[in-house]
Design a protein around this ligand. Sequence first.
Ligand code: RIB
Ligand code: CA
Length: 303
Amino acid sequence: MKLIIDTDPGIDDAIAIALASRLAQIDMVALTTVFGNTFVRQSSRNARYIVDLLGLDVPVAEGAALPYGADSYTPSANVHGPEGLGDIQTVPEIGENASETAAELLVRLAATYPKQLVVCAIGPLTNIADALKLDPSFAANLGQLVIMGGAFEVPGNITPHAEANIFHDPLAADQVFASGLPILMVGLNATLQTLLTAQDFTRLGEASPETGGFLDQISKFYLGFYRSVGVAAGCPMHDAAAVLACVWPERFRTKTIGLRVSLDADTIGATIADVSRPPVQVATGMDGDWAVAKLMARITELP
Ligand code: RIB
Ligand code: CA
């Protein structure tokens, strides 16, 4: 499948991109970047660094810097680190961003590969909403949108009600869920089913000194954040789970229902059932042991 990852790297984003690069079923045609774990400029720089580390020849197109309706945005550096890649203080600028914006690239490639392109959105959904506005045929052209985001009738992770990607741009997310796009939402219902442990990252580093070693290095900050919030056993593989769902959706338990995103102050960012909305697939669980084994097997093949 032709795949674009829309990303805010981001430690678990880096894991997800490394995994995607090792899946034979995936032909990664581009990365598009968005604010979220970092400022969008950092997202783009980090994405280009990861692309270079993985030896990929794919463009990185920069997208939205701000959520809809906001005139400023400040990332929470305590989760992914000051530069978005853990405790790395200086991430080199490698290459340049594509001349197109993220939305321009998304609509162009969706039209180039009608009904074949899959977009795996693992950050806020602003670029996807922008693509819908830029080209009304984007929804008809796109093969599938797989989202890491949402928390369906389970607690959130950034507030008691909302998952971070949806919370960071609830207006854009609500427009995406209203669009009629073919969506598979891989939210906390699935991604909190398992954890990656410090021992897993050590194994990655031993088997794959370059890529696994990089992921082992940046994971320490992420593991430290989760320990600080009482999760001592490891860190979730949020974004990598969405990549796995692109290839093996049958490994995810799902329900089909329409969704809206709460814009009410006290529950903003909550993903709520709405039968008046076009139905989407919502992952309600995944085979966590299988997911970790698949990730470990693929990434340990990297140099
Ligand atoms: O809630 C988890 C999501 O928020 C992941 O995509 C992580 O990278 C952050 O962006
Ligand atoms: Ca992310």
